[in-house]
Design a protein around this ligand. Structure first.
Ligand code: TMP
Length: 210
């Protein structure tokens, strides 16, 4: 019997959009429909990639080169694809990933202003033509998102950035979603949680009935 490949679903959004809560919601939604999902995250998802995550997120005195940051994101991603994402999909499971390459376009391309070209080059190198089947993009007013993130406590290296960084990131995410609407489910995460989750559920129903 041929094994069907699972679906690769990513969740994206700036800080404070409630990604973790909604990752759990999507996992339960899939499980209630008899689909088994591997839940993972980027940067990270394997022991080596989690070590790279620590390097990337730790606040430090040294100024970090945006190119070094970009290359580390893709180093972690290459390991994650090799060790978790591709084997998981090949075994027939869905893979639900908290952030993927859309985050690199948004944070390094938009936020750090590296532009889209270097990311597209590395994307092809590391992924070939592998792309998410669906990206759930949560949006929020950046000031509201930052306030939520700050209320959680100590801030990582990215969370210490100014509001303009997050405005550029969200703008880049939305531009990408506008260009390929069939690949994105864009949800306003500023709405009450039950409304957000109803919209996610409706979007997933539509995606799985395509
Ligand atoms: P989070 O998973 O807890 O949101 O933290 C990961 C941080 O790393 C977040 O601030 C976004 C950032 N990031 C990038 O800048 N580029 C990337 O490609 C990925 C996956 C994450």
């Amino acid at each position: 019997m041929t094994q069907h490949r699972g679906k690769f679903i990513t969740l994206e959004g700036i800080e404070g959009t409630g990604k973790s809560t909604n990752v759990r919601y999507i996992q339960e939604w899939l499980s209630a429909r008899g689909r088994e999902a591997i839940v993972t995250r980027e940067p990270g998802g394997t022991p080596m990639a989690e070590e790279i995550r620590d390097v990337l997120l730790r606040p430090r005195q040294e100024s970090v080169s945006p190119d070094a940051e970009l290359l580390l994101m893709f180093a972690a991603r290459a390991q994650h694809l090799h060790g978790v994402i591709k084997p998981g999909l090949d075994s027939g499971k869905d893979v639900l990933c908290d952030r993927f390459t859309d985050a690199t376009y948004a944070y390094q391309g938009g936020g750090r202003q590296l532009g889209m070209q270097p990311i597209a080059v590395l994307e092809t190198l590391v992924q070939g033509d592998f792309r998410p089947d669906l990206c759930v993009l949560l949006t929020i007013d950046p000031a509201q998102g930052m306030a939520r993130a700050r209320a959680r406590g100590s801030l990582d290296r990215f969370e210490q950035e100014a509001i303009g960084f997050y405005e550029r990131i969200q703008h880049t995410y939305l531009e990408r979603a506008k260009r390929s609407p069939q690949a994105y489910l864009v949800i306003d995460a500023g709405l009450p949680l039950h409304t957000v989750q109803d919209a996610i559920s409706e979007g997933l129903e539509a995606f799985f009935s395509r």
